[in-house]
Design a protein around this ligand. Structure first.
Ligand code: B12
Length: 233
């Protein structure tokens, strides 16, 4: 069982991350989501979680933020940092950054679960399909896995909720209920019967990563996006 952390740089309920989390949990891995713009001290919380693998999904507008997080995580944890989503799929050269261990191009449920299996067993993962990585200053891109024929094969968080053996905690839905997702922004809890603890736009909500980028040096982003005093201690 690998400990996997996802970092989400925005406040949407991302179906890609949900699908990946479900696939990982179905395989028996432990998954936690960190939303720096929502969770204070996210970097410290992530380091305390002691992840084996940290995943960041990004669009092009999120590229610099994602790299800043990748670098901060590399400095503080021994985790493999894996990027995916639309931007690294088309621009896998982001893997040149020393903080990035690998990029997964395209649909990532199978490759990411396989990669976490390998990391858990201390085995090499560089032969996995859809993977891009940097070797001797060159980028190696393995062929992309064929697209899945039926999405019905994929587990969903809703299905996993009732399965005790995988220990599903539905962090994504909880984060949304707590104010990090579009439902909460509209004042609607994501989980029936639960009130959102923090509604987007609430004065208590911390500034998002974008404000932190505007405020300072890129490498300082994770601290700036959280509680600088706590990180300095
Ligand atoms: C839904 C959607 C949104 C929703 C997101 C909310 C939600 N509930 O999901 C909303 C409407 C909010 C939105 C907003 C925006 N969007 Co939009 N959106 C999409 C759309 C139509 C589908 C994404 C999706 O859910 N796909 C289904 C899921 C299951 O697949 P997936 O996300 O690709 O995830 C898979 C893989 O990418 C990968 N993966 C994903 N994350 C990760 C993470 C890791 C660690 C790994 C290993 C793999 C991985 O594995 C996943 C499972 O196989 C895409 C177009 C498209 N066809 O992809 C555009 C798209 C992603 N959006 C785009 C843009 C430009 C935006 C905006 C910037 C628009 C704007 N001007 O405001 C904003 C802001 C986004 C941001 N902050 O990043 C562009 C991005 C282009 C780019 N170069 O990055 C796209 C590609 C549309 C386009 N063709 O232009 N968007």
């Amino acid at each position: 069982m690998a400990r996997v952390a996802f970092i989400q740089l925005n406040f949407y309920e991302l179906h890609g991350l949900e699908s990946l989390a479900a696939a990982l949990k179905y395989r028996g891995h432990v998954v936690r989501l960190f939303i720096p713009g929502y969770e204070r001290k996210a970097l410290r919380a992530l380091a305390d979680y002691r992840p084996d693998v940290v995943g960041l999904g990004l669009t092009t507008v999120e590229r610099e933020e994602a790299l800043a997080w990748a670098r901060a995580i590399k400095q503080r944890t021994g985790a493999k940092v894996v990027l995916g989503g639309i931007d690294p799929t088309f621009f896998p050269e982001i893997v040149r950054d020393p903080a990035v261990d690998a990029v997964i191009r395209g649909e990532a449920e199978d490759t990411l679960t396989d990669l976490c299996d390998r990391v858990d067993r201390n085995e090499d993962f560089h032969d996995l399909p859809s993977l891009s990585f940097s070797r001797d200053e060159e980028i190696v891109s393995n062929p992309v896995r064929p697209l899945r024929k039926s999405l019905d094969e994929l587990p969903t968080l809703a299905e996993l909720k009732d399965m005790d053996n995988v220990g599903v905690q539905l962090e994504f839905a909880e984060a949304t209920a707590a104010g990090a997702g579009p439902l909460a922004a509209a004042g609607q809890p994501a989980v029936a019967g639960e009130e959102p603890a923090l509604v987007a736009g609430d004065a208590a909500a911390p500034a998002g990563p974008a404000e932190a980028v505007a405020a300072g040096e890129v490498c300082e982003l994770p601290e700036a996006a959280n509680d600088p005093e706590a990180v300095a201690r």
